[in-house]
Design a protein around this ligand. Structure first.
Ligand code: ATP
Length: 798
């Protein structure tokens, strides 16, 4: 029975409790309850706010609460007014407004099935806060009944009795600070770490590292600590083990590992997400800063006051092209007649009058073969009884045939007219050159930097030197001394002397040489080789700067992205002008040709450009290797068709009329131009104008080059010599013929090995340098001398 009783007494209680629990655990109940609480919070808030405005009126009315006649002003009536009065006036004062917030928040959490702990926490902290504020308001403004409320006022005066004003103030301050310390888990260390927000690189992959590190943390540290406590482990003391695949080198270990143990209530476990601090990036790098502070590097600054030559230094000529109608008619009639004689009908004819020649553009009748007209070139010229007829059949890009007939009265194209043209003045080219005017009277401007080298040819007295002066003048009018330097080679010794005036502005020379203008052949060789050294040095600079050409390099340098302490400097363009190339080739041959070919092949990217002029455009002067590397050619009048072919790869230059009449090609079309005329007094005026200005201390210096290296650039170690070296040397000395094919035949070697042997023999001084198609010279006369030479070598080597 007793047993029975026990069960009967216990059972009714348990289900009731469980029923209540189930009732409140029901989501519908929770939703309704949450909603009710939220609405109640709004009710409270509205009434509180309304009370703030109407409290004085409503207060007296509340005494007569049940009296229907007595009304209140509060938006939520007597109940609203009473509750507000209770909380605000009799309670905690103004801060009571926080109570509806707390209520609303709790309602929301119930509505959303949030954590109960949160509700508990927020009420705990909320009530403390309300009390604190109420007392604080009482402390600060005890006369204002609404601010502190009765509770605040009373507590304030009660506490002041015990602690005094200062004591209470300190107590309030203490509570205030304590709140922040507890709430935000502040420690002096944490504050210190957060205060100086300097470059602290935070691991972007902190999770990885944390994982790595946790496994490494001394377990004891964790176990020794109390249950349920949060163990903060400073990672400073832990040696991080960094796996290869983690990006860790730049980490500042700042994270803390939080280990929570034995949590009973899962709901109570709140996850704290530590915000990783955004890694700071340097937006403005050093070069940007330098540019911001000092502006872009200005290479012209050293000669900042430099004045470009003025246009009035150049002469005016009467340049109006007079169109002689009679001459035009007569020429047209003769062309039509001549062509008709050869049964070539003309559909249309059009004339363009240029400075020196007039172009008659002919549209032949349908069915006429162009080659027929081309073949009749000489006959037509004879019939027109004029020199310098050039037939262009067809005119590229047009379906017409051109016949260029010289004008009876040619017009001079002055340098002034081309320099002052907007085409030249507004050109954005790197090295603009105003060469002259085309047949349609347009100024012809080309970029030397794009050519990239220019070959000029023409018989003597046809305008080459004037052409070179036009090129140099163009550059002087457009480029600052800091941007371009000239290396002038003048074997004729008289043509370029005027440019001596601008030595310290525009010229470049070898160190320890007196004259910047080179007239001596050996100096030319040294200068060319020095330019090859300059070229290699510039390529190295470009490589380090990771740019492809001088333009990009200089742009980078100007933007202060290249450090002068690393050897970087602003690179001026270097223009090498050789006035008489034939002379050089005749006297120095390969020694000149090889560096010229090298420069021509490679120098374009690093800003070295060559202008080579010759009056003998024969194949032994303009060799295949030179021609291949000079796509831009300017031909003045030459004496034979063969010369014209050598220079232009086509005839035409032999039919020019001289005096600056020229053909220019840059690989594709041939353009007929009248070269601009600049005479010696004009050049003198310009060079004087420049020369009288402040200059650099000396001419631009090219790298040093010692002439001894000429011809023995091959530096082959004795120990690396071929096993057959001695045999080969003997063979060559016996035969007195330095050819690789001899070695190939006699020693039965392959081409490459024989070539290598010849190189080694050259390095040893047994054979001379390569001389084109001829066999190399043998420098050792007999076997005895050879033995002496080789034994001597051995002795010096050991
Ligand atoms: N563009 C031009 N317009 C008008 N006349 C010109 C022009 N170019 C040259 N001449 C005339 O031709 C003459 C010879 O020219 P220039 O001295 O340039 O010839 P060159 O080819 O250099 O001769 P050389 O090879 O002997 O030095 C000049 O004095 C001038 O009278």
């Amino acid at each position: 029975m007793a047993k029975k009783k026990k069960t009967t007494t216990k059972t009714p209680k348990a289900p009731r409790f469980q029923k209540i629990k189930a009732f409140f655990g029901n989501r519908q109940t929770q939703t309704i309850l949450g909603l009710f609480i939220m609405l109640f919070a709004i009710f409270l808030l509205v009434s509180f706010i309304s009370y703030l405005f109407n409290w004085q009126d409503d207060q007296s009315q509340l005494e007569d609460f049940s009296n229907k006649k007595v009304g209140v002003k509060n938006l939520l009536g007597k109940i609203g007014a009473s509750i507000s009065h209770f909380f605000i006036y009799d309670g905690f004062g103004f801060i009571s407004l926080y109570i509806p917030v707390l209520v609303f928040f709790s309602g929301l959490l119930i509505f959303m099935k949030g954590s109960l702990t949160k509700i508990r926490n927020s009420w705990g902290w909320g009530i403390l806060g309300v009390l604190w504020f109420s007392i604080a308001f009482g402390f600060l403004a005890h006369k204002n009944a609404l601010l502190a409320g009765v509770v605040g006022f009373e507590l304030n005066s009660y506490l002041q009795q015990f602690l005094g004003k200062t004591g209470l103030f300190l107590a309030l301050l203490f509570l205030f600070i304590s709140y922040f310390i507890i709430r935000f888990k502040l420690t002096p260390e944490k504050i210190k770490e957060n205060l100086p927000k300097k470059e602290k690189l935070v691991a972007t992959e902190s999770s990885d590292i944390t994982a790595n590190l946790t496994s490494e943390i001394n377990e004891k540290q964790v176990l020794d600590t109390e249950e349920n406590s949060i163990v903060e482990l400073s990672l400073d003391k832990v040696e991080p083990i960094i796996e290869e695949n983690t990006i860790t080198e730049t980490l500042v270990v700042e994270n803390t590992v939080k280990t929570t143990q034995n949590e009973k209530d899962n709901e109570d476990v709140s996850i704290e997400v530590e915000q990783s601090v955004e890694e700071k990036h340097v937006v403005e790098n050093l070069s940007d800063k330098l540019v911001k502070d000092f502006g872009e590097f200005d290479p012209t600054l050293e000669l900042g006051n430099y004045k470009f030559p003025t246009l009035n230094l150049l002469k005016d000529y009467n340049e109006t092209i007079s169109v002689d109608q009679e001459e035009l008619e007569a020429n047209k009639n003769r062309i039509v007649e001549t062509l008709n004689n050869y049964k070539i009908g003309i559909a249309k004819i059009k004339a363009t009058v240029g400075p020196t020649v007039t172009l008659y553009e002919i549209v032949p009748d349908a069915g006429i073969r162009i080659s027929k007209i081309k073949n009749l070139e000489d006959d037509i010229a004879l019939s027109l009884s004029a020199l310098g007829i050039r037939i262009i059949a067809p005119i590229p890009g047009k379906g017409t045939i051109g016949i260029e007939v010289p004008n009876k009265k040619p017009t001079m194209v002055s340098m002034k007219s081309v320099i002052s043209s907007t085409k030249f003045q507004n050109s954005e080219m790197e090295l603009p050159i105003a060469l002259g005017k085309t047949i349609s009277n347009e100024t012809f401007v080309v970029d030397l930097a794009k050519m990239p080298h220019l070959l000029m040819a023409g018989a003597t007295g046809q305008g080459k030197s004037v052409g070179l002066n036009a090129v140099l003048t163009s550059l002087l009018y457009k480029k600052h001394p800091a941007e371009v330097k000239f290396v002038l080679v003048d074997p004729k010794k008289v043509e370029l002397t005027l440019f001596n005036h601008i030595e310290r502005h525009y010229l470049a020379k070898l160190p320890d040489t007196e004259d910047a203008i080179i007239t001596d052949t050996t100096k030319v060789i040294n200068t060319l080789n020095s330019m090859c050294i300059e070229m290699d040095a510039r390529y190295d600079l470009l490589k380090i700067a990771m740019v492809r050409n001088i333009k990009e390099y200089n742009a980078k340098f100007k933007a202060r992205k290249l450090n002068p302490n690393d050897g970087h400097k602003f690179l001026p363009y270097i223009v090498l002008v050789i006035d008489e190339f034939a002379d050089l080739i005749m006297t120095a041959g390969k020694e000149v040709e090889t560096p010229i070919a090298r420069l021509a092949q490679l120098a374009r990217a690093i800003g070295i450009h060559l202008i080579v002029a010759t009056q003998r455009p024969s194949v032994n002067v303009i060799t295949g290797i030179i021609k291949a590397n000079f796509p831009a050619r300017a031909a003045f009048r030459v004496t034979s068709k063969i010369d014209s072919r050598t220079i232009l790869d086509s005839s035409g230059a032999d039919q020019l009329i001289g005096k600056g009449d020229m053909l220019f090609t840059n690989g594709n079309d041939v353009v007929r131009l009248q070269c601009a005329f600049v005479d010696t007094p004009e050049v003198e005026k310009i060079t004087d104008f420049i020369g009288s200005q402040r200059a650099y201390p000396e001419a631009h210096l090219l790298p040093e080059y010692s002439g001894e290296e000429v011809g023995t650039s091959l530096d082959i170690d004795i120990s690396e010599r071929d096993a057959l070296f001695r045999d080969a040397a003997l063979l060559i000395v016996h035969a007195q013929q330095g050819s690789a094919s001899l070695l190939q035949r006699k020693l039965k070697l392959g081409y490459n090995r024989a070539g290598r042997l010849i190189d080694q023999l050259e390095a040893a001084g047994i054979v001379g340098p390569f001389e084109g198609s001829k066999a190399r010279q043998v420098l050792v006369p007999d076997e005895l001398s050879l033995n002496l030479l080789l034994d001597g070598e051995k002795n010096t080597d050991s």
